[in-house]
Design a protein around this ligand. Structure first.
Ligand SMILES: Nc1nc2c(c(=O)[nH]1)N[C@H]1C(S)=C(S)[C@@H](COP(=O)(O)OP(=O)(O)OC[C@H]3O[C@@H](n4cnc5c(=O)[nH]c(N)nc54)[C@H](O)[C@@H]3O)O[C@H]1N2
Ligand SMILES: Nc1nc2c(c(=O)[nH]1)N[C@H]1C(S)=C(S)[C@@H](COP(=O)(O)OP(=O)(O)OC[C@H]3O[C@@H](n4cnc5c(=O)[nH]c(N)nc54)[C@H](O)[C@@H]3O)O[C@H]1N2
Ligand code: SF4
Ligand SMILES: [Mo]
Length: 743
């Protein structure tokens, strides 16, 4: 007997609605939900393999606890006892900062990952927080923090309405988009072209996205900030700056003009390897388009000038009047955002409120660079204690961060480590306790993060498609119990965590004159919350307090969980709309065009204009059927072109004596790896490309399929010393490497 159930796909940022076919408790197929208000039936090969990802026999079913040096199956009670016994002595002896937390990418794809880590972090009071953001988009948070006063105010390109899209260092035809949640991104690009719009792609590789473009610029890796600064310079020089409505909201125009004044196209052309005339054309096209959006992603963030490039992306949107207008780049308004406050000066954004212990890296958004995790564990200093215990939730930094070998050793040296992870993999194999969450079919889903980055305002929620198997624990309960165990409340009822958050949130809301529940009784409001679980009650609370919410009865037509449950395919909340000045939280209440830390970093960019790299540089790539480090264990998603090869241009191959398919040795600052060469003119001269997330050959893992074709860990080529100084983001692209044939 089979049945169907709806489930929002958690496998990438596109958040497509899926219709699952379920036999017993097994998901046997997945197709796109045609009635989904946002994805309208779109699905990609990963989503279509939801059942195989979900039902992977290597997923852990019970907790593991290390005994006599070995990880063995244990009960949940034994596991949480071990967590409390492992963490508390470290906190008591060395203080909270000796307990580190590592949060990985899937936390933004689970409800539990959104709702509980902030509570755990606050409860612990540790400053040793490391997340996947600093090997990804931290530069964008920092530039948004500086420009708009809010690190999470990230404008997204209005894909459905723009006339001109300038896409930098992103390959949405494989990634399906990032910091721009758009189901069927490929279809949206085709629709842009069909309505007469133009697409320009800047990427050192001729990607599938680049092949769709009207113009592809194969820039030299790591130099986008120069190109964008020169584009801004041309806009000023040729009188193409037109702020329109924005002029009321910006400050610092003259300073900005002066700051970019010497970045002429001629001064950057050689470094970028892009003709000066082409830079002028880019600027003129941007200015001339009725509407245009500039959008940058991984290739613009994980580079030495990531924050400057991210800042310049928005600067160009602003100078051409495209920020905050339909067809340009707008700020989404998600249903779980707080009710908007009236516009006005805010608290601004601070960087470097504390520093990492060893290399003195400034914090950004409360985080220290993931690149510095190994040294924060393995290096003693005069002041402060090293990280002695680690809580890892949904992260595999041994593969995703620089120098996995060093980190692997560092993890092994910890007093205690707990991983919340469905797999025994390269990272969790070092843990003393592994707490496995259930597969996605058994988990509820709502996109707290991605709805704030979506190209259309909408809200959807799906309950678990399959009931929890016996012996399983919901990830929300795992994280709630972990929070209690880590903060000295081991054994308390996990619902205490939700009650605490609900009490605090409602307590603040009733005191806030701008809240729809101002002046009401928080306990009375709490009693009104709908939902069958802590996460549902918290979702209900956020929806009801939010911009579209019912305000606990104040706006009876408004949103709440019950209304959402009555709309299983979601509720459309309309296209993106102009929102300025409301999102601004800078001290001036304006968009601060040339913030001090940016101005102070510009001399470094100026020096880069004079650099002429001679050797080869490394860039990454993603494959449609993959996802970072954790999907190589699913046979349906591996093989074919999804392989860990070293792409190299035919002329470079010829010069170095490399042959297609034969092993090539790649050396970088952090080490060397050997993988098959793939000779292709899909990469520009001087550039080699290796995908990340491979290297599944460490002992003590349980990845039976992935280990048959392990690939190599590209991040072993990095030593962790290359960072974007403002954001602490790792430099993963444009890194010097040397290639030689394996003798
Ligand atoms: N060289 C290079 N390195 C890169 C990148 C690159 O482009 N080039 N990209 C970077 C980027 S953008 C990112 S986001 C990072 C990702 O870095 P990580 O987040 O460290 O890596 P992932 O492979 O996403 O690993 C996620 C972990 O979560 C586990 N997991 C999967 N589903 C769940 C779940 O539902 N719950 C829990 N608790 N765990 C789950 C997986 O088993 C895996 O162990 O990698 C970065 N590393
Ligand atoms: N199929 C699949 N989808 C995914 C993921 C996955 O692993 N697989 N990962 C998810 C995650 S965590 C993220 S963050 C997103 C990332 O989403 P995207 O940013 O779209 O992903 P990438 O494919 O890494 O695209 C980055 C592009 O930048 C180019 N590039 C490298 N260096 C430079 C440079 O210096 N300048 C310019 N202009 N370009 C450069 C690369 O050649 C590459 O084509 O994808 C998400 N979606
Ligand atoms: S595009 Fe992303 S969200 Fe949509 S089906 Fe594919 S993996 Fe899932
Ligand atoms: Mo990412």
């Amino acid at each position: 007997m089979s049945r169907t159930a709806l489930r929002i796909c958690p496998l990438c940022e596109a958040t497509c609605g899926l219709t699952l076919t379920i036999e017993g408790t097994r998901v046997t197929s997945a197709r796109g939900d045609r009635d989904d208000v946002f994805s309208n039936g779109f699905i990609c090969p990963k989503g279509a393999s939801f059942g195989a990802v979900d039902g992977d026999p290597d997923r852990l079913r019970t907790p593991l606890v290390r005994r006599d040096g070995e990880l063995r199956e244990a009960t949940w009670t034994e596991a949480f006892d071990a967590v409390a016994a492992g963490l508390r002595p470290v906190v008591e002896r060395h203080g909270p900062h000796a307990v580190g937390m590592v949060l990985g990418n899937p936390n933004v794809h689970t409800m539990a990952g959104a709702l509980y880590p902030p509570v755990l972090l606050a409860g612990l009071g540790t400053r040793s927080l490391f997340t996947a953001s600093t090997v990804d988009q931290m530069p964008k948070h920092v530039s948004s923090g500086l420009l708009f006063g809010d690190a999470n105010a990230i404008p997204v390109p209005d894909l459905d309405h723009t006339d001109h899209l300038l896409l930098i260092g992103a390959n949405p035809l494989e990634s399906n988009g990032s910091l721009c949640t758009a189901p069927d991104f490929p279809g949206k690009l085709k629709a842009l072209k069909a309505r007469g719009g133009t697409l320009t792609v800047i990427d050192p590789r001729r990607t599938r996205t680049a092949r769709l473009a009207d113009r592809h610029i194969a820039i030299r890796p790591g130099t986008d900030a120069l190109l964008l600064a020169a584009t801004a310079q041309v806009l000023f020089e040729e009188g193409l700056v037109e702020l329109g409505e924005l002029s009321r909201h910006v400050q610092g125009m003259d300073e900005l003009r002066d700051a970019v004044g010497d970045f002429t196209p001629e001064s950057v052309a050689a470094a970028c390897d892009v003709d000066a005339d082409l830079v002028r054309t880019l600027a003129r096209e941007l200015a001339a388009a009725p509407t245009a959006a500039v959008y940058g992603r991984i290739g613009s963030c994980t580079v030495p000038h990531g924050t400057l490039a991210s800042w310049l992306v928005d600067v160009l949107n602003i100078l051409t009047g495209n920020l905050d207008r339909p067809g340009g780049a707008l700020f989404p308004q998600a249903a779980t955002d707080r009710t908007p406050r009236p516009a006005g000066p805010g608290r601004g954004f601070a960087l470097g409120r504390w520093h990492s212990r060893v290399s003195r890296h400034p914090e950004a958004k409360g985080e220290l660079p993931l690149s510095a995790l190994a040294e924060e564990i393995d290096t003693a200093t005069d002041e402060g204690t090293p990280v002695r215990a680690l809580i890892v939730v949904a992260a595999n930094p041994v593969l995703s961060a620089p120098d996995g070998d060093r980190l692997d050793k560092a993890l092994d040296s910890l007093d205690f480590m707990v991983s919340v992870d469905p797999y025994l993999n390269e990272t969790s194999r070092n843990a003393d306790v592994v707490l496995p969450p259930p597969p996605p079919s058994q988990s509820p889903h709502h996109d707290f993060a991605f709805n704030t980055l979506a190209v259309r305002n909408q809200v959807r929620y799906t309950r678990p498609a399959v009931p929890l198997e016996p012996g399983r624990m919901a990830e929300s309960e795992i994280l709630a119990r972990l929070t209690l165990a880590a903060t000295g409340m081991h054994g308390a009822d996990p619902s205490a965590v939700d009650d605490l958050v609900i009490g605090q949130t409602l307590g603040k809301a009733v005191e806030d004159p701008h809240s729809p529940v101002h002046g009401r009784d928080p306990e009375d409001l709490a009693a009104q919350l709908a939902g069958e679980s802590g996460p549902e009650r918290r979702l209900d609370m956020m929806l009801r307090l939010g911009p579209y919410g019912d305000g606990f009865g104040v706006r009876p037509e408004g949103l709440g969980l019950e209304r959402l449950l009555a709309h299983p395919h979601g509720i459309d909340l309309g296209p993106l709309r102009p929102r300025l000045p409301q999102p601004l939280k800078t001290r001036s209440g304006k968009i601060e065009l040339l913030p001090r830390p940016i101005a102070d970093d510009l001399p470094r960019l100026r020096r880069a204009a004079a650099e002429r790299p001679t050797g080869l540089v490394l860039v990454g790539r993603r494959h449609l059927r993959s996802n970072n480090s954790w999907m190589h264990n699913v046979p349906a998603l591996t093989g074919g072109t999804n392989r860990c090869t070293v792409q190299v241009h035919p002329e470079d191959a010829e010069r170095l004596g490399l042959r297609d398919g034969e092993p090539v040795r790649v050396k970088g600052a952090g080490g060397e790896v050997t993988a098959p060469a793939e000779v292709t003119d899909g990469v520009r001269r001087g550039v080699v490309s290796i995908p990340h997330g491979w290297g599944h050959d460490r002992p003590g893992t349980r990845l039976s399929h992935a280990s048959t074709d392990p690939g190599v860990n590209v991040n072993q080529l990095l030593d962790g010393s290359l960072l974007d100084p403002l954001s602490g983001n790792a430099v993963l692209n444009g890194v010097p490497v040397e290639l030689s044939p394996l003798a």
